[in-house]
Design a protein around this ligand. Structure first.
Ligand code: SAM
Length: 282
C-alpha cells in the first residue's frame, strides 16, 4: 500500500474546491508539510496493528500520515464539509477501503468511538485542546497513549511538575490519568494559515490501573479547581469554601498529610487525591 501525503498545493486546492476559508473559531490551521505530519506519527510510535483516533482531521494531512503506517483511523471532525470530503481524499490518495472511519461530530460531545481506538494522535484545535483531552481520557478508558500538537504554553502546562509557575489545574487533572512529556517542537511555518502562537508536541501514557473511582476523580478535580481558583492563597483558605471553613479545611489537610499553609501549586495529584479520600462528600 502506498499512501501519498498532501503538500501545500494539495491543501489549498482542496480548500478551494470545498470553498473552505480556515476559521479561527474552529482553530483551523492546517499542516502543509509532510515531514511534520510524519514526525508526529513517529513520536506516537504508531504500529500497523493499531487503531488511532484523530480529533479534527481537517483536510487530512495528519490522517494520511497515520494511515500510511498501516494503522486504522477513527477521525472526529466538527466541520461538516471537511468530514464529508475526507473519505474521498483518503481513497484518492491510496488508503484501502475500511481503514478510515469519519465521525461528523463535536469531539467535546462524543460518547463512543467506532473501533475503540487505543492511541490518540492529533493537531488539536487550540481553543478547546485541554477540555477535549480531558473529555477523551475520562470517557474512553481504552485510550492508552497519545501524542498531540498544541499551543506551546498548553503543552508546557500539561507536562508541568509541582512548584513551577505554569503548574495549574490542567497539569494536575492531566496527571490523574498518567505521565505527560514534551516530545518535540514544530515551526509556525508548517501551517496554513501561519498561527500567531508557537506549537509543541506533548505525549501521555495512561497508567495501567486507574488512580481512583469516578467519584474520587470528581471530588479530586473539585478540590483542584478550588485550590487553583485562588492559587496565591494558602490551601486552608483556598479550600475553606469546599470544606465549610478554614478551620475544617486545616483539619482535612492535616489528616491527609498536607500542610494547611501550602499552596495549590505545591501539591502532586497524589496529594489532591489523598485530600479527596479524607473528605469524600461535599
Ligand atoms: N489535522 C488537521 C491538520 O493537521 O492539518 C487539522 C488541524 S486544525 C488545527 C483543527 C481541526 O479541528 C480543524 O479541522 C477543525 O475544524 C477541527 N475542530 C475544531 N473544533 C472541533 C471540535 N470541537 N470537534 C472536532 N473537530 C474540531
Amino acid at each position: 500500500m502506498t499512501v501519498s501525503l498532501l503538500g501545500a498545493a494539495d491543501i489549498r486546492r482542496l480548500a478551494a474546491d470545498l470553498d473552505v476559508t480556515p476559521t479561527k473559531k474552529l482553530g483551523q490551521n492546517f499542516v502543509v508539510d509532510a515531514n511534520t505530519v510524519r514526525k508526529i506519527v513517529q513520536a506516537a510510535r504508531v504500529q500497523p496493528s493499531e487503531r488511532v483516533v484523530e480529533i479534527g482531521p481537517g483536510l487530512g494531512s495528519l490522517t494520511l500520515a497515520i494511515l500510511e503506517t498501516g494503522a486504522s483511523v477513527t477521525a472526529v471532525e466538527i466541520d461538516h464539509r471537511l468530514a464529508a470530503r475526507l473519505p474521498q481524499t483518503a481513497l484518492e490518495r491510496g488508503v484501502p477501503e475500511g481503514a478510515l472511519t469519519v465521525v461528523d461530530a463535536d469531539a467535546l460531545r462524543v460518547t463512543s468511538l467506532p473501533g475503540e481506538p487505543t492511541v490518540l494522535v492529533a493537531n488539536l484545535p487550540y481553543n478547546v485542546s485541554v477540555p477535549v483531552l480531558l473529555h477523551f481520557l475520562e470517557t474512553f478508558p481504552y485510550l492508552q497513549r497519545g501524542v498531540v500538537m498544541v499551543q506551546a504554553e498548553v503543552a508546557e502546562r500539561l507536562a508541568a511538575q509541582p512548584g513551577s509557575k505554569i503548574y495549574g489545574a490542567p497539569s494536575v487533572k492531566a496527571a490523574w490519568y498518567g505521565p505527560w512529556k514534551l516530545s518535540g517542537t514544530v515551526s509556525r511555518q508548517v501551517f496554513w494559515p501561519v498561527p500567531n502562537v508557537d506549537s509543541l508536541l506533548v505525549g501521555f501514557h495512561r497508567d495501567p490501573e486507574p488512580r481512583g473511582s469516578e467519584q474520587e476523580r470528581r471530588r479530586t478535580f473539585e478540590i483542584v479547581d478550588a485550590a487553583f481558583n485562588q492559587r496565591r492563597k494558602m490551601l486552608r483558605q483556598a479550600l475553606s469554601g469546599v470544606f465549610g471553613s478554614s478551620a475544617q479545611a486545616s483539619t482535612v489537610l492535616e489528616s491527609a498529610g498536607v500542610a494547611p499553609t501550602a499552596r495549590g501549586e505545591d501539591l502532586t495529584v497524589d496529594d489532591y487525591h489523598r485530600i479527596a479520600l479524607v473528605a469524600p462528600v461535599s
